[in-house]
Write a protein that binds this ligand. Structure first.
Ligand code: COA
Length: 373
């Protein structure tokens, strides 16, 4: 059995930002258009008019202030409300591969690793751009990596489940290292015309490089333990699968995009996650006093504040539980890795922390790490 370390992380951040104010202006213009088009049905009481969204609600309900996206123009066009991401020809890199490779190169660069030495690439994300060939294999080829690659999807927990999958292979000796890549183009599976959730997501890609913890000479994070759990729920669901026919036939099918019962998710996931982290800490033989940092899934600030308090048994000090969702919104599986990537350099030799993600499935994944200077 080999020990495993995280030696590098990388984040690709799109160049375009949508602020809450811009988003609300577009949504309200869309709602006004829709209400005008359906004025007769609204007057007859057949349909409800669409209500306006508000920046104040978005910040209070979620803590989100802005989000990065690959295409802002299409999302903010009240006549469209969907990113303009034209299908790429088969002989050009796909969107997920393109942004995933950028994050992967940054992770490799931090680790001082070489692409040709990579044994495994896992593309772990909450939605895939196509059925096959696997996006992971395309990333492997664009990087010039060796070994093998595959895709996996555990929604918002894809990154931590990917890390456990890769870590288990490194532990057993079948591979020496792995890149776990999380290209999350959430803007393409969010229903921007739904007031209840139009503010939730943003786009990003993250990558985590894992290696055998043997002879490492640069600062890294030793993996002390990984733990995954799932419990079936329909409260976060997207029915867009291979039985979908054409966009035209399905365009009124709301269930072909992200759907959630946000209140239920809030209530049901919190106890699951708190218990999961407590169990994982007990399995690993560490207590709350040993934890210097929590890098949590980034869906909702109130949720994270609650989990932080529950895990530590007190209100986290500033910086102990860094949030990035005010800038990135919910980026599905990538959120906890963005937080880890941006807020881990200052930890000292021996400091411990936990990366934890949770979401659709339901699914919860955690990785306990220790800084080695
Ligand atoms: N602007 C203004 N008001 C809005 C609004 C918007 N965009 N969206 C909803 N509202 C209103 C609702 O109509 C409702 O009004 P009412 O009380 O008069 O009926 C009120 O705000 C509360 O709506 P609700 O949907 O219950 O809000 P909430 O406080 O539960 O917050 C979420 C919504 C989605 C932010 C919250 O439930 C959440 O974060 N849940 C967990 C999400 C999560 O982790 N998902 C995982 C995805 S990976």
């Amino acid at each position: 059995m080999h020990n495993v370390a995280i030696t590098g992380t990388g984040v690709f951040t799109p160049s375009q930002i949508i602020t809450n104010d811009e988003l609300v202006v577009a949504f309200n213009a869309y709602a006004d258009r829709w209400n005008a088009e359906h004025a007769d049905a609204i007057a007859a009481g057949d349909v409800e008019p669409k209500a306006h969204s508000s920046t104040e609600f978005i910040v209070a309900a979620s803590g989100i202030e802005r989000r990065y996206v690959l295409d802002k123009e299409g999302v903010l066009d009240p006549a469209r409300m969907f990113p303009k991401l034209a299908a790429r020809p088969d002989d050009a890199p796909g969107y997920m591969a393109e942004i995933g490779v950028d994050a992967a190169r940054k992770a490799l660069g931090q680790a001082g690793g070489k692409a040709e030495d990579v044994d495994l690439v896992i593309c772990a994300a909450s939605n895939m751009e196509r059925a096959y060939p696997a996006i992971g294999v395309e990333i492997q080829q664009l990087l010039g990596a060796g070994g093998f690659a595959f895709d996996m999807n555990v929604a918002c927990s894809s990154a931590t489940f990917g890390i456990q999958t890769a870590a288990d292979m490194i532990r057993s000796g079948s591979i020496r290292n792995a890149l776990v890549v999380n290209p999350e183009i959430c803007s393409a599976h969010l229903e921007w015309r739904d007031r209840d959730c139009h503010f939730i997501f943003g786009d990003v890609a993250t990558a985590t490089y894992l290696e055998r913890d043997e002879g490492l000479t640069t600062p890294h994070f030793k993996i002390l333990g990984t733990k995954c759990a799932t419990q079936f729920s329909n409260n976060i669901r997207n029915n867009n699968g291979y039985l979908r026919r054409t966009h035209d036939q399905m365009e009124d099918r709301r269930d072909m995009q992200f759907m959630q019962n946000g209140r239920k998710v809030f209530k049901e996931v919190l106890p699951l996650v708190s218990q999961h982290i407590a169990d994982h800490m007990a399995d690993t033989g560490i207590t709350a006093d040993d934890l210097r940092r929590l890098w949590l899934h980034q869906a909702n600030k109130t949720m994270n504040d609650y989990i932080g308090k529950k895990v530590l048994g007190r209100t986290p000090e500033p910086g102990e539980q860094p949030n990035i969702l005010q800038d990135y919104a919910n980026t599905s599986s990538a959120g906890s890795i963005i937080s880890f990537s941006k807020y881990s350099d200052d930890l000292q030799d021996g400091d411990k922390g936990i990366i934890c993600s949770f979401g659709a499935g339901y699914s919860v994944g955690s990785v306990i790490v220790e800084r080695r200077a």
